[in-house]
Design a protein around this ligand. Structure first.
Ligand code: 5GP
Length: 198
């Protein structure tokens, strides 16, 4: 079956742990990977491009998509909707591996689809103060949004046990190498399985 050796990697983490940078690094090095571009009702930040970082849509349109059951998963996070369209995934997976930057709620929903080759990775930091500094430094959120994201840290990390791997991001390069090892191992396992007579 086409796509049966392709994997779907989920990277989740509290805000500011470095997930977006790592997602982009994986896609740059491994061209077999496509980044799943989510739909959201949040407003674009000054450095974000519609269709590249997210598909920015209205709340009305998002709720219409929910009613029409167009999402594999969706969640309300910091008062905005975020979701992954079934169409995007179904069109990509026969040809490519996919990487998702989604939260624990979406991960739970995707996990229910047993036919997906999901690899679930949770990134965490051991330094909350550093995290706050990073959130402020990246200058993409208002003070109120920074507080909201920082305060959600403790709630978010309670969900680490839903994941296959938990990585502490002390150093971005080390963390990237660890993710690479997980990807290589997962691809190898699937390839052995696909070529073993059942
Ligand atoms: P941000 O507003 O900082 O871009 O994203 C906020 C949170 O939404 C992040 O934790 C990100 O992983 C999550 N997120 C982004 N897209 C999706 C999605 O399609 N589904 C779910 N469940 N979470 C998402």
């Amino acid at each position: 079956m086409p796509g049966e050796e392709n994997i779907m990697v989920i990277l989740s983490s509290p805000s500011g742990v470095g997930k977006t940078t790592l997602t982009k690094k994986i896609q740059q090095k491994y061209h077999s990977f496509k980044i799943s571009v989510s739909h959201t009702t949040r407003s674009p930040r000054s450095n974000e491009v519609n269709g590249v970082d997210y598909h920015f849509i209205s709340k009305e349109k998002f709720e219409k998509f929910i009613k029409e059951k167009k999402f594999y998963e969706y969640a309300k996070i910091f008062e905005n909707y975020y979701g992954t369209l079934k169409k995007t995934v179904d069109e990509t997976i026969p040809k490519n591996d996919i990487i998702f930057d989604i939260d624990w709620q979406g991960t739970k929903q995707l996990s229910k689809f047993k036919n997906l080759n999901l690899i679930k990775i949770y990134l965490i930091t051991d330094n909350k103060e550093e995290l706050k500094k990073r959130l402020i430094k990246r200058n993409q959120n208002t003070q109120e949004e920074i507080e909201k994201r920082f305060n959600s840290f403790d709630k978010d990390i309670k969900h680490w046990s839903d994941y296959d791997y938990v990585i502490i991001n002390k150093n971005l390069d080390v963390c990237f190498k660890q993710i690479e090892s997980i990807i290589k191992l997962s691809k190898k396992k699937l390839s052995i399985f696909a070529h073993t007579p059942q």
